[in-house]
Design a protein around this ligand. Structure first.
Ligand SMILES: C[S@@+](CC[C@H](N)C(=O)[O-])C[C@H]1O[C@@H](n2cnc3c(N)ncnc32)[C@H](O)[C@@H]1O
Length: 263
């Protein structure tokens, strides 16, 4: 595995290149993307039919998990790492239905997302910061300004951690969790290394400017939740996690779970 799979902040996606945020937005059926992003999605879909359904499914999972956190677990503070492009309903719009006082902080480091950040800005309840999530001290300074760290926070890593090596991904998750109160939640969704996904990641990663993405096994994903309680139904295919009427059953399956810090 490479030392660092993620682009450094000094190497933003240049004009003419595919961006992770735009690629994923195109795969999810969003409108904030260019022809080159849609072409990259088509190329991946040819190799791994169902990858666009997988992308939509990941967004549906994100929506269900934050709804569960706000409605059933009473969490009122959300930190979304690698937020990507806004695609309504976004987290602040969902959680506010159950917790009108909820605070949401979105983080990304792609200039493309920065250009669309106004959809995330609804101060003081929702805001966006342009930061590399590996700079956890910078992120925690922003978090401390906006959140009450004696109360639970939910971290969401939706289709993001595959951009990082094990060392980086565990470092980011561990450093952020270390600041959080009991009852706080870690949500992650991630692709697993089936033959289709491996082929899809190879095609995607070869597109100019693409941030390489590596799938992880279920055992590797479980390591992120060590020492936490995993919320029912556990680490499962995304569509098996508390499905609702919007949930698509997909052939290519990401996996996802929520862990909670014990009281
Ligand atoms: C595949 S997209 C997922 C977007 C969104 N979370 C979703 O589920 O729709 C990955 C996102 O992570 C962001 N990202 C990648 N590396 C990052 C880093 N080092 N710091 C902050 N964001 C990063 C990308 O810019 C992109 O928006």
């Amino acid at each position: 595995m490479s030392e660092s799979l993620a682009r450094t902040p000094e190497q933003p996606s240049a004009d003419g290149e595919v961006s992770s945020a735009r690629f994923w937005n195109a795969a999810q059926g969003g409108k904030d993307n260019y022809e080159r992003d849609r072409a990259a999605v088509e190329a991946v879909e040819k190799i791994a039919p169902g990858i666009t359904a997988d992308a939509r499914s990941a967004r549906q999972f994100l929506r269900r998990t934050v709804r569960w956190a706000a409605a059933e677990a009473g969490v009122a503070q959300y930190l979304d790492l690698g937020a990507g492009l806004p695609l309504e309903p976004d987290i602040h719009q969902i959680v506010r239905r159950y917790r009108p006082d909820a605070r949401v902080l979105y983080v990304d480091n792609d200039p493309v997302v920065l250009a669309h950040q106004s959809a995330y800005q609804d101060p003081p309840l929702s805001s966006y910061i342009d930061a590399d999530m590996r700079d956890t001290d910078v992120i925690m300074n922003h978090v401390a300004d906006r959140f009450d760290l004696t109360e639970p926070v939910m971290l969401t890593f939706s289709s993001v951690l595959g951009h990082f090596s094990d060392e980086e991904a565990h470092g980011v998750v561990g450093r952020l969790l270390a600041h959080l109160a009991p009852g706080s939640c870690l949500m992650l969704s991630h692709d697993i290394p089936t033959p289709s996904i491996i082929a899809a990641c190879e095609v995607y990663s070869s597109a100019p400017g693409a941030l390489p993405y590596q799938p992880r096994t279920i055992e590797q994903l479980l390591r992120f939740f060590e020492g936490m309680d995993i919320v029912d139904p556990g680490l499962v295919p995304l569509f098996e996690w508390r499905p609702d009427e919007e949930t698509e059953i997909t052939e290519i399956m990401g996996y996802g779970a929520i862990g909670r810090i014990r009281a």
